[in-house]
Design a protein around this ligand. Structure first.
Ligand code: KIV
Length: 281
């Protein structure tokens, strides 16, 4: 049985902190699912870490659906959330179409979209139609060209706006809210004022849960580590070592060994080559 948004609410109510990771493909989703991660986000961060763009802006709904389908196939327990990418929810009608595709075609159990007060009516429409929604406020990567990559809510007026955003998203019916790049004190204050869970990234330890980007936490995206990420493994180095070992085994003829090869009866080989020699000779 898959985890539901009700289970997530119960975790929050029991004071259990909620881990969430991103995943973009079948294999990594399977690993996360088997590790007991309850929430898997197919983030539009795939634009940077999988597709090599320099922001999430070029990611399309078709890209998201393609990757979300793979993640859903790789999971049995986790609740899979598909990110709605840039310009796919500019009106409630368009959001309904996009979110509908995410649930019906991709098999996600929920969608995530960015924004606060201004997006609340859209969230309400989706929730009324039976689509679970995760909100996302603070630094919202799809607006990077407008707001820049910086911590949000350091000044009182901006902090007040963020609190109003969080409350509006909650009242619209979202089941959880990502708080990204928000000062720890403010994230904790918002968390204490909400009934639904907050999932932080660069928002301190006072949130109900945390989310990390797969490639950051596992050391796959080796050129850059954001301040809010913790590297739990250095897989890029491990993979690079394995690949150079493989290349050197191929070059010096030690791979493949007999254990990686299949054999045939010498008589069968002789018969095959003999009949071929007769045919060509
Ligand atoms: O796209 C993403 O990975 C995200 C997380 C950082 C929350 O939105």
């Amino acid at each position: 049985m898959r985890i539901t948004i009700r289970d997530i609410q119960q975790m929050r109510d029991r004071g259990e902190r909620i881990p969430m990771v991103t995943a973009y493909d079948y294999t990594s989703a399977q690993i996360a699912d088997r590790a007991g991660i309850p929430l898997i986000l197919v983030g539009d961060s795939l634009g940077m870490v999988v597709l090599g763009y320099n922001s999430t802006v070029p990611v399309t709904l078709d890209d998201m659906i393609h990757h979300t389908r793979a993640v859903v196939r790789g999971t049995q327990k986790a609740l899979v959330i598909g990110d709605l990418p840039f310009l796919t929810y500019t009106s409630p009608e368009q959001a309904m179409q996009s979110a509908g595709r995410m649930l019906q075609e991709a098999g996600a159990q929920a969608v995530k979209l960015e924004g606060g007060v201004h997006i609340a009516p859209t969230i309400a429409r989706l929730v009324q139609a039976g689509i679970p929604v995760m909100g996302h406020i603070g630094f919202t990567p799809q607006a990077v060209n407008q707001i820049g990559l910086r911590v949000q809510g350091r000044r009182a007026a901006e902090a007040q706006r963020l609190l109003a955003d969080a409350l509006a998203v909650q009242e619209a019916g979202a089941f959880a809210i990502v708080l990204e790049l928000v000062p720890a004190e403010l994230a904790q204050a918002i968390t204490e004022r909400l009934r639904i869970p907050t999932i932080g990234i660069g928002a301190g330890a006072g949130c109900s849960g945390q989310v990390q980007v797969w490639h950051d936490m596992l050391g796959l995206y080796s050129d850059f580590l954001p301040r809010h990420a913790k590297r739990y493994a250095d897989l890029a180095t491990i993979i690079a070592e394995a690949l150079s070992q493989y290349a050197s085994d191929v070059r010096n003829g030690t791979f493949p060994g007999p254990e990686h090869s299949s054999r045939m009866d010498p008589a069968e080989l002789a018969a095959a080559l003999g009949s071929q020699d007769q045919a060509t000779g």
